[in-house]
Write a protein that binds this ligand. Structure first.
Ligand code: ATP
Ligand code: PRP
Ligand code: MG
Length: 290
């Protein structure tokens, strides 16, 4: 039987990725010391890999497809297909940002003020390219982690670090000078695997379902009954993906109206719907929007 080799990012994105697969319809279980998670789909074989190395293994064909932050895919400059992006992070649904950071009391206003300075980061290649493109000579030093502490301790003049909520930067009394790049998880595919019809179909199945699970987040369905005469007024104010669905109620001049919308719109729209004569309003949650 054919099998698709799939790389799951170990570390910051690990549990968010497993949660997303669950919403998409696959149960992945990771036992504590094994690097080969089990998945309830015999057509897939999972491996846990560091996102820093994911694109390299995809390029070589060790795995067919992997999920890793775009930051590390760029850093590696690997020859892979970046099939799609998926906007999720460690704790939120916002992109992670790589930022240039200095001490709160530093006088640095922009990257140009860092001529001759030492910049510490895990993302060495990208950071070197960033300063070189701007003709700013800096000494970029590789950091194994806990990078924020280095600028606090005076081991460097600035750092380039990833931030999501900003709480690490705040907790260390640091200041963002500028943003260098936004990063979201991307699905990267081996070029030969993409030419294999079976693998391509399987990869597309996974990508579609992951995307549709993400798309459904924060969205709800709203359904109501209303007098037929009110359809123009109600549909005019009702948010929807395309257009609301309107269907006839049996033996009645009332209709049923149904629409998909962001959950936060509901509290605004319900009083207006009631004013327009809607009744029996039902809100329901969605698993996927395909
Ligand atoms: N706090 C965060 N919020 C959102 N994304 C993050 C966060 N930290 C890391 N990432 C993303 O996760 C991926 C891996 O990050 P990173 O290189 O920091 O490794 P890690 O998984 O956090 O492991 P480690 O604990 O060694 O730092 C990157 O693509 C990065 O953009
Ligand atoms: O803006 P925030 O939400 O505070 O996130 C930023 C922090 O998250 C990452 O650390 P991680 O959790 O990967 O721990 P690490 O020190 O092991 O890298 C990153 O290296 C920052 O330190
Ligand atoms: Mg980290």
């Amino acid at each position: 039987m054919e099998q698709l080799k799939l790389g799951i990012p170990k570390g910051s994105l690990e549990s968010a990725t497993v949660d997303l697969f669950k919403k998409a319809g696959w149960q992945i279980s990771i036992s504590s010391r094994s690097y080969f998670p089990t998945i309830d789909d015999e057509e897939i074989k999972c491996s846990l890999m560091r996102p820093q190395e994911m694109a390299k293994y995809v390029e070589r064909g060790t795995i067919d497809v992997g999920i890793a932050g775009r930051d590390w895919v760029r850093e590696n400059q690997s020859d892979v297909i970046e099939l799609c992006e998926m906007v999720y992070s460690k704790v939120s649904r916002r992109p992670a940002r790589w930022v240039l950071v200095v001490n709160g009391d530093s006088k640095v206003k922009g990257p140009e003020d860092l001529r001759g300075a030492t910049v510490s980061t895990e993302l060495v290649g990208f950071t070197k390219r960033y300063f070189a493109e701007r003709n700013i000579p800096v000494n970029v030093e590789f950091s194994w982690g806990a990078t924020e502490a280095k600028v606090v301790e005076g081991l460097c003049d600035a750092i380039v670090e990833v931030t999501e909520t900003g709480s690490t930067i705040r907790a260390n009394g640091l200041r963002i000078v500028t943003e260098l790049m936004e990063s979201v998880p991307v699905m990267v595919v081996n070029k030969a695997s993409w030419e294999d019809p079976w693998k391509r179909a399987k990869i597309q199945q996974i990508a579609t379902l992951l995307q549709s699970a993400l798309r459904a987040e924060g969205m709800v369905g709203l359904k109501m009954n209303a007098p037929g005469t009110k359809v123009p007024a109600i549909t005019a104010i009702l948010p929807s993906l395309n257009n609301p669905t309107v269907s006839n109620l049996y033996n009645s001049d009332w209709v049923s109206i149904e629409s998909i919308m962001p959950e936060q719109e509901v509290r605004r729209i319900v009083p207006e719907l009631l004013k327009l004569g809607a009744e029996g309003i039902v809100e329901y949650s969605l698993n996927k929007i395909i």
